[in-house]
Design a protein around this ligand. Sequence first.
Ligand SMILES: NC(=O)c1ccc[n+]([C@@H]2O[C@H](COP(=O)([O-])OP(=O)(O)OC[C@H]3O[C@@H](n4cnc5c(N)ncnc54)[C@H](O)[C@@H]3O)[C@@H](O)[C@H]2O)c1
Ligand SMILES: O=C[C@H](O)CS(=O)(=O)O
Length: 487
Amino acid sequence: MALEITLFNPELIQTGLLIDGKWINTNRDLFPVFNPATNEEICKISIATEEDLLFAIDSAQLAMKEWQKYTAKERSKIIKTWYELIIANADDLAKILTFEQGKPLTEAKGEILYGASYFEWYAEEAKRIYGETIPANQPNQKILVEYEPVGVCAAITPWNFPNAMLARKVAPAVAAGCAMIAKPASQTPLSANALAYLGLKAGIPAGLLNVIHGHSGQIGEFFCSNPAIRKLTFTGSTEVGIWLYQNCANTMKKMSLELGGNAPLIVFEDADIDIAVDGIIKSKFRNSGQTCVCSNRIFIHNSIRDTVIEKLGIEIAKLKLGNGFDATTQLGPLIDNKAVIHAKSLVEDALTNNAQLITGGNIDINLGELFFQPTLINCETTNLRLFKEEIFAPILAVYGFDSDDEVIKLANSTPYGLASYFFSQNIKRIYHVAEALQYGMIGVNTGIISAENVPFGGVKMSGLGREGGHQGIEEYLQTKYVCMSLV
Ligand SMILES: NC(=O)c1ccc[n+]([C@@H]2O[C@H](COP(=O)([O-])OP(=O)(O)OC[C@H]3O[C@@H](n4cnc5c(N)ncnc54)[C@H](O)[C@@H]3O)[C@@H](O)[C@H]2O)c1
Ligand SMILES: O=C[C@H](O)CS(=O)(=O)O
């Protein structure tokens, strides 16, 4: 199926592997890419062989040596140029993203600008990798501490934010002086290829960023077992993250794991209800709920529960489900049929456990098989799959509570610890609840917390490490201490 989007820069569409600065179209072992809105095949992507992977490692090692010859300021300028090219091509990049992932074009554009902000941020951080000197315990000694690039990095990224999740890894990695081999999700390879295409145009050395596609299990085994890969950064499900963590131990790689979430959102009785309703809608329905920081469990104080549910029903009724290229669309399709089956099973489980379906709950077949309606469910028990599992669909599940201690215990009662949110106008309560919630990130009176200048990441089963902020570049550095005796 020919590509059906019109781009100002058609060269952004690359369907091959990127290794050593060259696009390799294998014309063998190809896998299809689909448009979730229509289930039609967009194109076919080349699959890497083991020889391709070994070539990528050799190229990355040589590129790192080349990249070390650049000063920090020279690296910074190239990363800044990459940022400028992303901004200049943002409309095309957004179209490619919507085409293969399905999210509304406005959200796709927002993701492109968000991804670009990591290049803008780390172009500056590249110049601020400062070391330190330490007063020596012995006479005639000088103690230096330096931070060096960790080495060749492997990156594995998900389909839900195919541009930003890769940008959040590539930008700090190259700013730290590392080369990278990236494997994007098989559902959304075009966004990764387009981002890499612009990196070459910005002037990065051939092989500094390689993008390979193929069988995830085989590539995962290769990345985990090859000692030349010194760092693995993964964004995806907790299940796969655990497997990678276990299998990287034998080569002692540095790890970053951005894993699954199950975010609680608490509305206390002293909340501004309109601010809370706005925060719930924004934190729940972004990317049709297919976002790791989406609010999954909405706890509303029983004294205001009916009022908030009524207001939520009004706002949900305004949400327009449709093709991402339709300018009026606010919710796009789910990524595939497996996601629809998962969403339906969560609703069915809730309804068999006395939950009340207020709106939605199924697909809108008039739009297509992957268009799951924005759904509101009022739950009478927390013994539900909706409570225990990451929903990853536009399903808003509401639970009641009466006391702070009760709701904090419920909020902390799952193995996840990525994002959490609560709404209150009481400063004592805000301080106490923020202290008590066991999460890497907390939104207070807001449902949107992601940005390039903050340490994004989770605790418990939601992962290791942080992306963004000054913390994000530390993931790609290693410490060297030099003790100089000037005798
Ligand atoms: N914490 C975060 O920042 C964050 C961000 C986005 C998505 N996520 C999580 O990602 C999940 C949804 O994304 P997904 O469905 O793509 O997740 P997934 O774990 O199925 O896949 C993620 C990536 O891993 C690859 N993969 C799968 N099995 C592999 C293996 N054995 N070895 C190597 N690679 C393998 C996939 O091809 C894909 O590229 C959700 O759980 C979501 O919460 C987390
Ligand atoms: O899916 C989780 C991503 O991290 C999305 S975002 O960073 O919140 O935009």
